[in-house]
Design a protein around this ligand. Structure first.
Ligand SMILES: [Zn+2]
Length: 421
């Protein structure tokens, strides 16, 4: 069934107040077909609304009357093994199910609100394939840096991630590339989102003291070659990761920052000695997720309103691409640039954008950057030095993606504004 048909069927059922069981299945099915990450069912004062999250935006799918809600809540609670008669306190559970041959993991959470219980379900589609690194659309220079860093026997590869940038994708893709018969790969994750055969994935449990730091120490006794630590939140974890990299291990991890250079100052703020950073860190990757234009319906636009504000950035961006074809196209069209904007069609479920494309900024520890780190300079200074040393900044990467007609200028501008680059 197609998404539109499922939603229509769901609306019919809800408006006729029949077959709650099927309605609940359709709520999940429609969300999966729509590629959404979360389902929100929230009782308001006069109705209940169903919303889906695609990337970072919630979209309302339908409304239904309040009196139906208790049945729907009860059905989801039965499916997720939650207590039906308990509606005063929050509950959460994991639910594994198969819908239309897709095996899904749902993290179901309920919360009592003033108008009734709100349900949020996070969808993890286990049948979704992890993209290979080369499928992530990484530009040539960034690609070389990442390829080089993951081929080294030791060092740290960090990714920084603001919420919503799907931080795990790049690391998982790197791990699938690294997954070879002759290496021992271990991961410490919270939660384990995708399972990869051949990799020893472990779920940390901080409530029983199985923390990232403790896990990392233990992992080192398991003769690893490559370790992925989900997140470096505290000094202890960072210290052990540095120690591991200096004793001949490749360590992959993430730090919650806005860009690559901030990651360095964050480490220094965690009291990591600056000299240890260039000694252990190979590269720092910052990433953003933007929506890709639907190839079936995207429409050419000659001049974008944003054009005037970004023309300078574009001039900077094309200086660093070695794609001759793109260069000559850009130079020819600089006076009369062509971009694309979204339309809508049945292929993209009338959503204009359907697929996603990642923007990257890869900071290499060049001699100049190293000097900045040792001198305790600010993230701003480190960033400027890195750009001087030919780092492709997030801004430049997005303009290149727009010039390659993968996304629209407006889309990236919107993300840039909402996430403070
Ligand atoms: Zn379309």
């Amino acid at each position: 069934m197609k998404y539109n048909e499922v939603v229509q069927k769901l609306k019919d059922i809800v408006y006729r107040w029949e077959n709650i069981q099927e309605a609940c299945n359709l709520i999940i099915l429609a969300a999966v077909l729509w590629d959404s990450s979360d389902i929100h069912i929230e009782p308001l004062s006069s109705y209940v609304r169903l919303r889906y999250r695609l990337d970072w935006e919630l979209t309302e799918i339908l409304e239904y009357q309040n009196f139906l809600h208790s049945w729907i809540v009860a059905r989801f609670k039965i499916m997720s093994d939650l207590k039906i008669d308990e509606s005063r306190i929050p509950q959460d559970w994991r639910l594994s199910t198969t819908i239309e041959w897709k095996s899904l993991d749902l993290r179901v959470s309920t919360l009592p609100t003033v108008h009734g219980e709100k349900i949020v379900m996070r969808i993890v589609d286990k049948s979704k394939k992890i993209p290979k690194l080369h499928e992530l659309g990484i530009e040539w220079k960034n690609w070389e840096l990442i390829k080089k860093a993951i081929s080294l026997p030791n060092g740290i590869i960090l990714t920084s991630w603001p919420t919503g940038s799907w931080k795990s994708t790049t690391l998982y893709s790197a791990l699938t590339d690294l997954n070879k018969i002759w290496v021992n790969i271990m991961t410490l994750e919270d939660p384990v989102e995708n399972q990869i055969d051949g990799i020893n994935q472990s779920q940390v449990k901080p409530d029983i003291w199985y923390t990232f730091a403790y896990g990392l120490r233990t992992a080192l006794r398991q003769d690893p070659d490559i370790i992925m630590v989900w997140e470096m939140r505290d000094k202890e974890t960072v210290d052990i990761a540095i120690e591991a990299s200096l004793t001949w291990h490749l360590v992959l991890s993430t730090i919650h920052t806005n860009n690559a250079s901030e990651t360095i100052t964050r480490m220094i703020n965690m009291w990591v000695q600056p000299f240890l950073i260039p000694a252990s860190v190979n590269i720092i990757i910052a990433q953003r997720l933007v929506r890709k234009l639907c190839p079936y319906c995207k429409k050419q636009v000659k001049i974008s309103e944003l054009w005037k504000t970004v023309v300078e950035d574009i001039k900077n961006a094309i200086q660093i691409t070695d794609k001759k074809e793109l260069m000559s196209r850009v130079w020819n069209e600089l006076k009369n640039p062509i971009f694309y904007e979204p339309v809508w069609c049945e292929h993209c479920n009338w959503l204009w954008y359907k697929w996603r494309v990642w923007l990257y900024e890869v900071l290499e520890i060049t001699p100049g950057v190293k000097e900045m780190i040792l001198a305790w300079r600010s993230a701003y200074n480190i960033n400027n030095q890195a750009v001087k040393d030919w780092m492709i900044s997030l801004e430049q990467d997005w303009i290149m993606k727009a010039l390659n007609w993968l996304t629209s200028l407006e889309e990236v501008y919107r993300v840039a504004k909402s996430q403070k680059w």
